[in-house]
Structure formats: C-alpha cells, structure tokens
Design a protein around this ligand. Structure first.
Ligand SMILES: C[S@@+](CC[C@H](N)C(=O)[O-])C[C@H]1O[C@@H](n2cnc3c(N)ncnc32)[C@H](O)[C@@H]1O
Length: 124
C-alpha cells in the first residue's frame, strides 16, 4: 500500500476528531493529491478481492462513497467491474482523481448523473 504523499510531511491532523467531518479539512489534506500516489486507508483491492469477487457481477453498478485518493475504483474497473461511480464531497480530490484517470474514458464528471441524483462530485 502506498503511503500518503510518500516523502512529504505527514498530513496535519484535525485538532479534534470531529474535524474529520469538515470538507475544508479534506480539501486541505488533498492539496497536492494529483501529484502523489494513491492512498488506501484500509487496504487496496487485492486486500478485499477474495471477499468482494464472490459478491459482485461484472454488470453490477458499484458506488464508492467517500472514495478519496484511493485506487480502489480504478482497480475495480481494471478487475472487470466497469460500472463504478466514485463520489467524494472534496472537489479537490475529485479534480485530482479526474486528472489521474483522464486516460480512462469513463472518468468524466457528470457521466453518471451525479448532480441529478443529488450526489456530490464523482469521477468514474
Ligand atoms: C478516511 S477517507 C477514506 C478514503 C477512501 N475511501 C479510502 O478508503 O482510502 C474519507 C473520505 O470520505 C470523504 N467524505 C467524508 N464525508 C463525506 C460526505 N458526507 N460526502 C462525501 N464524501 C465524504 C472525505 O472527503 C474522504 O475522502
């Protein structure tokens, strides 16, 4: 698993745990995400593959809520699950993910009607 912004100073933690719910915290934390390696908080796709694959079918519509800077969405896509919608309320990280995955045709904002569905920005 890649570390968040390897070689950089560790991210500043919120003063109190309730700071994690503030979008401003995440926007600040994700500054520079476009230039850093993906970061998976709990593990990447390979960590959960054995649990997920028996439950998923290739035609399933998969929603990744609070996707952050994780590679999970892309790895699901590469792993044969093309209909992934990844949502995060941090416009900073969504912009970074759109840039990172610009080579993937599905990685276009709005393709999945997120605004119409009342979801925050999404990139797959
Ligand atoms: C702990 S990080 C986990 C990121 C990723 N899922 C992972 O496992 O590596 C939580 C993420 O959820 C997002 N988030 C928190 N509250 C949210 C909300 N109400 N709507 C959308 N995204 C939210 C944050 O911006 C952040 O990217």
């Amino acid at each position: 698993m890649a570390s968040p912004g390897a070689g950089r100073a560790p991210p500043e933690l919120p003063e109190r745990n309730c700071g994690y719910r503030e979008v401003q915290y995440w926007d600040q934390r994700y500054q520079g995400a476009a230039d850093s390696a993906p970061y998976d908080w709990f593990g990447d796709f390979s960590s959960f593959r054995a649990l997920l694959e028996p439950e998923l079918r290739p035609e399933d519509r998969i929603l990744v809520l609070g996707c952050g800077n994780s590679a999970l969405s892309y790895e699901l896509f590469l792993g044969g699950f093309p209909d992934v919608t990844s949502v995060d309320y941090s416009s900073v990280v969504v912009a970074a993910m759109q840039a990172r995955y610009a080579h993937v045709p599905q990685a276009a904002l709005g393709d999945h009607g997120c605004a119409e569905a009342g979801l925050p920005q999404c990139f797959f």
